[in-house]
Design a binder for this molecule. Structure first.
Ligand SMILES: Cc1ncc(COP(=O)(O)O)c(C=O)c1O
Length: 333
């Protein structure tokens, strides 16, 4: 199989690339790579603050949102305290808790969805940080505004809830939380965002979070100096300014997501309705799963075997463009 023919649908990247303005910013910044970057990316923080209607003191920028996830655990979870998240969710929460020798508890999903009600029985006096991927990776389901507010209203204000909206721009369900409004009401809410998904900058490693000023200041004190390259910061700024590209990516993704979901459904596959840029498929046996994976692989399409998330009988297909989608449907039909 030649490299040129391979279609990568395993890591939920933007199949349409990135904004041409971001690409331009990368090229323009190449001539400055001999210079150190700013320690504090003020212009990007100001732009993010303006875009989200918050103060720039509420913004933390990091080398990918995984670095911010790591920083949250490092900064706020004490030696005897615990992290809580959902099983069948983004693997980094548990992994990074483990790296810091912190215990991580996993609440079960209900019908592939992170049901916040399942969190309550696991909360104890040691619980310090709760991660909820919204939409959830790998199942693509969401929790609603009402559910998130209910959770925030019931738990101790000392527990930080980190709502991870890495795929938030892909959602078109109106029940999706207005997390900024909730953050203003509940200072223990932290909102995580990534430039790796719809912004198309996964290789540049940049993400950000919105949180109350005090937490943002604590996080910044623990930040590794010069960990953000000027290429990433300026590309992120250009990507943020090109909302037309973001809206078009979201629209095209939603169209292809509906087509893929409906066609896989018609073909009799078990698929979960997604609000993100991927679709989760589950199987009765490992062999059935392997057959689908192998069929696509033989045709140059690489998808994600959920074994890496500890889920033996499931696959996740990132939504590609119309051509990639048609190929998948043809292969599996
Ligand atoms: C839910 C979720 N959060 C965060 C990330 C990581 O994003 P970043 O590339 O910004 O570190 C991913 C990547 O797959 C993800 O699925």
């Amino acid at each position: 199989m030649s490299e040129a023919k391979i279609i990568r649908l395993a890591a939920n990247e933007n199949c349409y690339g990135c904004s041409p303005f971001a690409m331009d910013a990368v090229q323009k910044n190449l001539e400055n790579i001999h210079l150190y970057p700013e320690v504090n990316p003020v212009v990007l923080k100001d732009k993010l603050a303006e875009s989200f209607g918050v103060n720039s003191k509420n913004i933390v920028v990091g080398a990918g949102s995984v670095r911010i996830i790591d920083g949250l655990i490092q900064t706020f979870v004490g030696a005897e305290e615990e992290v809580l998240t959902f099983e069948k969710s983004f693997i980094a929460y548990g992994q990074l808790a483990g790296f810091h020798n912190r215990k991580c508890q996993f609440a079960p999903l209900t019908e592939f969805r992170c049901n916040p009600e399942n969190i309550f029985p696991l909360i104890n006096e040691k619980t310090k940080l709760i991660f909820i991927a919204n939409p959830n990776n790998p199942t693509g389901t969401i929790i609603s505004h009402a559910e998130l507010e209910n959770l925030l209203g019931k738990i101790s204000k000392n527990i930080i809830v980190a709502i991870d909206e890495a795929y938030g721009e892909y959602v078109n369900d109106s029940a999706f939380p207005n997390s900024i409004a909730l953050q203003k009401k509940y200072p223990n809410l932290v909102i995580l965002h990534s430039f790796s998904k719809i912004y198309g900058l996964a290789g540049l490693r940049i993400g950000f979070a919105i949180m109350d000023e005090e937490k943002a200041a604590s996080m910044s004190r623990g930040q590794i100096p010069y960990s953000l390259s000027p290429i990433s910061v300026n590309a992120a700024l250009a990507a943020l300014n090109d909302q037309a590209f973001i809206l078009k990516s979201a629209k095209d993704n939603a169209e292809q997501r509906t087509i893929l979901f409906n066609e896989l459904n018609k073909l009799g596959y078990n698929v979960v309705a997604s609000q993100s840029n991927f679709i989760y498929m589950w199987f009765g046996t490992d062999d059935e799963k392997k057959m689908v994976y192998d069929k696509l692989f033989r045709n140059g399409i690489i998808i994600c075997d959920m074994k890496i998330f500890g889920q033996e009988k499931a696959l996740r297909i990132s939504i590609g463009d119309a051509k990639a989608n048609a190929m998948i449907i043809q292969c599996l039909g």
